[in-house]
Structure formats: structure tokens, C-alpha cells
Design a protein. Sequence first.
Length: 214
Amino acid sequence: MKHLNFFIVALALMLFASCSKVNYTVVHQQPSEEFTGNKFDEFKGKTVNEIMREMSVPNREVPDGADGKILIYEDIKFVTTSSNTHSTHTSSATYGTAVAGYNYRGNPQVNSNAYGSSSTTNSDRGKSVSEEQKKYVNFFINPEGVCYDVKANYGDLYKRIPGKYQTCQKRQMSLGFMITSLFLLPPVGWVYAICYGAMNDKPIKNSCGEVYEE
């Protein structure tokens, strides 16, 4: 009985010791970005003089429809993309027939007639597309000369929200140990194979560390 108990304990220890360690990462929250505003919003409440000292002279000014004006700063450029396709195809063929006949002396000989043909095809196609790319900042100025609103299509600011992760480790039964034990220690290997079949893909022990941000 003691020997049986010793064998069971020894087998249990062997099973645990032969487990393979697998490290993996648990993702609790994916990293993301949060919109926090536009860098030109800081000009709200500033005077025209303060804006021009920072931004220089505007490209143009237009009325805002409320006795004020709009200072327009813009950078316009045209980008042209083109594509060319050129293909050439050449083919030729030669064929002939042999017929019996006579030469200029009147003696019999074999005359051959050869015919040939060739063709060449060239094509050249091109396409160009131009598009306007414009960056702008519009400062809305009230009658007192103070900026009350800003509109821009660039300069957005974002705050990165880090992701939350956790490093874990699980112990699983080793397939390599089972195969080895079946060849070297068949009794142990069969016991291990039965346990492996029952517990395959199930962690024997699972432990995780602290949640961290990155």
C-alpha cells in the first residue's frame, strides 16, 4: 500500500514537473486616442494685433456677416499625379512550299516559294489628374477686433490613452514528454497519455501578474 501511495505521489509530481510553461498577454484595454481640441483654439479672445504677430499677415479678409470680419490664412497647392502605359507587340511568320520545275537551262529542279508576314502594334496611353490640397485657418473677428471663433482643417490635438495589459503564465502538459515516455517508460507513458487526452488545452496552473499600462 505504501508503495502504491508513493507511486501515485511520484506520478503526480512527475506530471506537474513535466508540464511546459506558456507565457501569454491578456489585453484588458486597447490603446486609443482622445480628441482634445485644436491648437488654434488658443487664439480665441485675442486681438487682431496679437493674431497677426503670431500668424503674420492673412492671405485675405472677408466680412463675417455680423459687422465683423474673417482673417483667412490658407496654403493652397495643386498636386498632379500621372500614369503612363506603353505596350508593344510584334509578330512575324514565314512559310513556304516546294514544287517541281525547271531552271533557266531547262534542267529539272525543286523550286521553293517562301512567304512572310510581320505586324507591329504600339500603344501609348497617359492620364494626368490634378487635385487641390488646401490647408486653412479662419479667425472670426467681432466689431471690437477680438477673435470669437476659429475654424481650421488641420492642427487637431489628440491625447493618447494607453492600453492595459497583463502578463500571465500557464502550465500545460507536455506533448514531447508524453511521446518520450511512451518509448522509454511505456507504463508511465500510457498513464501520461490518458491524462494528456483528458486535460489537453486545459491549464494545470494559471498565474497572472499585475495589470500594467503601455
